[in-house]
Design a protein around this ligand. Structure first.
Ligand SMILES: Nc1ncnc2c1ncn2[C@@H]1O[C@H](COP(=O)(O)OP(=O)(O)OP(=O)(O)O)[C@@H](O)[C@H]1O
Ligand SMILES: [Mg+2]
Length: 320
């Protein structure tokens, strides 16, 4: 069952020479985390904003859970779709709790239900309600504001969440934390997420599937690993740095890149022999969605590997 289906969608802005989106046909499966990836100006935001009718297509059709979105009132439609953008757009004169409660209030929920929902969501995005619920956006860090933005987008329990570079303005370390939290959230809630970025690493890290776009068209729609290892053409390969990366990863042994265990091995953490290569490690990380792998030697854990560590290792080879 697909949640969102784009059928030959095009968008030609009146005053633009080239079309922003050209004949895009695309299926977003229910519960999937799909990332739109491509260079600036390739049409990612335009494609995304057509889903909640902030932009109307020039031609083609979009269905949401089987319904043509043109048959739906934009306001009704938007209550079924969470939306998070880079400049969060929190209401500055409203507290965190009031910001999150906007859609539930529109939906006419009871006071108790709204309060419980706000608390639950603040919990989910790791902001203790007791501390944050009465603060104003200006009293939060950028990362905390983004978390409130995510909580607000989830408040009405929409099946679909659209995110347009939500972490674009956030420093690398906080961004990695937010990415982890978002992944965790999505695994718990199984929302369908359509996420825009031009950051390749973010795409590889988050996506179940990546849509690579160029000049308004889809160049490839595949899993991160397939995009990395079987890029459709030179553009994709260059975009994700595929040739170098794959070659490099295949050259590096896991034991050369692993770091000491930073905590007890734990149950269910994927394992890999010390002699495997980083390409295999990357594949396992992406497939399992785990944040780290245990490296085994003679069946005993001797170290661990994270995605960041693999990237660091790749860069070392690059500059050598
Ligand atoms: N309202 C508009 N009127 C005219 N042209 C527009 C309008 N909005 C976007 N465009 C053009 O459409 C193309 C696609 O823009 P879009 O915002 O979808 O790109 P994007 O992939 O999101 O880029 P970025 O990564 O920079 O956000 C660009 O050439 C842009 O200039
Ligand atoms: Mg954009």
């Amino acid at each position: 069952m697909s949640t969102i289906h784009f059928e030959a969608i095009s968008k030609q802005f009146v005053d633009a020479t080239a079309a922003a989106v050209v004949e895009v046909t695309l299926d977003i499966p229910s519960g999937a985390f799909v990332v739109l990836l491509g260079p600036s100006g390739c049409g990612k935001t335009t494609l995304l904003r057509m889903v909640n009718r902030l932009i109307e297509p020039t031609s083609g059709a979009i269905t949401l859970e089987g319904e043509d979105i043109r048959q739906l009132e934009p306001v009704q439609l938007r209550r079924r779709i969470g939306y998070v953008i880079q400049q969060v757009g929190l209401f500055p004169h409203m507290t965190v709790a009031q910001n999150i409660a906007v859609v539930p209030e529109l939906l006419g929920w009871s006071r108790e239900r709204i309060q419980a929902r706000v608390r639950e969501l603040l919990d989910l995005v790791a902001l203790p309600a007791a501390e944050y619920c009465s603060r104003y956006p200006a009293q939060l860090s950028g990362g905390q504001q983004q978390r409130v933005g995510v909580a607000r987008a989830l408040a009405g329990d929409p099946g679909v969440v659209l995110m347009d570079e939500p972490f674009g303005a956030i420093d690398a370390i906080t961004r990695a934390t937010l990415q982890d939290e978002l992944l965790h959230l999505q695994r718990q809630l199984r929302k369908t997420v359509l996420f825009v970025t031009h950051d390749v690493e973010e795409a590889l890290r988050l996506a179940d599937k990546i849509v690579v776009m160029r000049e308004g068209r889809i160049v490839q729609y595949d899993t991160p690993l397939a995009i990395l290892t079987q890029p459709a053409d030179a553009f994709v390969s260059h975009l994700v740095g595929a040739e170098d990366m794959v070659r490099q990863l295949g050259l590096i042994r896991v034991e050369a890149a692993m770091t000491p265990l930073d905590s007890a091995p734990g149950v269910g953490v994927p394992t890999l022999p010390a002699g495997a290569d980083l390409r295999q490690a990357l594949s396992l990380l992406l497939r399992s969605g785990a944040s780290r792998l245990l490296v085994l030697s003679g069946g005993v854990p001797v170290g661990q590997l994270t995605l960041d560590r693999i990237r660091a290792a790749t860069r070392v080879v690059e500059s050598a």
